[in-house]
Design a protein around this ligand. Structure first.
Ligand code: ZN
Ligand code: ZN
Ligand code: ZN
Length: 259
């Protein structure tokens, strides 16, 4: 049974390189220092879905030859996670002009309806110039094809969910944007086979974990393997990765992790 995630992007909200920056990371020749905004593509058995639709979604789908998307799951309505939501209409077409389910917290769906008021679940006669979406508010575990998906509320800013994905006896916890993991969420992800967690940089930040917090969260969850994500340009891959303990790695764009 195959169960994997692919990182479509691993950068923080402004991306890396940042516009107009000449720092060592922004000018690095290491492809791992070139980061789209954060999102993942999940494959589990015959099910495939996106978690978030970051601004460079289209380029990522072209680069990684992604053509099967059954649904979209959203963590929160910050623009670096939803900006390319309109591009989902291409998958409406590939799926035979069928509406697609989009799962998110009720507050996130309310924001999506404000930001994308033209999005409809009705077929339209003028061609697929807008996505056809069924918004599905989620507050507890649900099934998405062959995957059990459990929302994991975290502290970040707006209402934000990470997600626990379970398939064929394996568990993956994905928490890309958070400053704090509440005890109830931590209890749900204990002993996860893989845990992906926010790590903006070494210095503290008001809404994102820094390295110290990320490592403490991975240890508290007892995750078997940890991957850090959502990096700013303070994180130069080759150097920053030397600061990690065994079992913890930096993600990079395009990386596929088998659970
Ligand atoms: Zn973000
Ligand atoms: Zn820079
Ligand atoms: Zn955010």
């Amino acid at each position: 049974m195959s169960f994997s995630i692919q990182f479509l992007g691993t950068g923080t909200s402004v991306g890396v390189p940042q516009i107009g920056c000449d720092c060592a990371t922004c000018t690095s020749a290491d492809p791992r220092d070139r980061r789209r905004r954060t999102g993942v593509y999940v494959r589990a058995g015959g099910t495939a879905f996106l978690i978030d639709t970051p601004p460079e979604l289209r380029e990522a789908c072209l680069d990684y030859k992604i053509r099967k998307v059954d649904a979209v799951v959203l963590t929160h309505a910050h623009m670096d996670h939803i900006a390319a939501f309109d591009d989902v209409r291409r998958f409406n077409t590939l799926n035979g002009k069928k509406p697609m389910n989009c799962y998110a917290a009720p507050e996130t769906i309310a924001s999506m309806r404000q930001i994308f008021p033209y999005i409809s679940d009705k077929a339209n006669t003028q061609g697929l110039f807008r996505p056809m979406i069924f918004f599905k508010p989620v507050t507890r575990a649900f099934r998405l094809g062959e995957v059990k998906v459990t929302p994991l509320p975290v502290v970040h800013g707006p209402r934000t969910n990470g997600y626990l994905l379970e398939h064929a006896g394996k568990r993956l916890a994905y928490l890309p944007d958070c400053i704090e993991i509440p005890p109830k969420t931590l209890a749900r992800i204990k002993g996860a086979d893989v845990m992906v967690v926010d790590c903006l940089r070494a210095r503290e930040h008001p809404t994102h974990m820094n390295l110290e917090r990320s490592l403490a969260a991975l240890a508290a969850a007892g995750a078997k393997r940890g991957y850090l994500v959502h990096f700013s340009h303070d994180v130069k891959h080759a150097e920053f990765s030397k600061r990690l303990p065994r079992g913890v790695r930096l993600s990079y764009d395009g990386l596929v992790v088998r659970v």
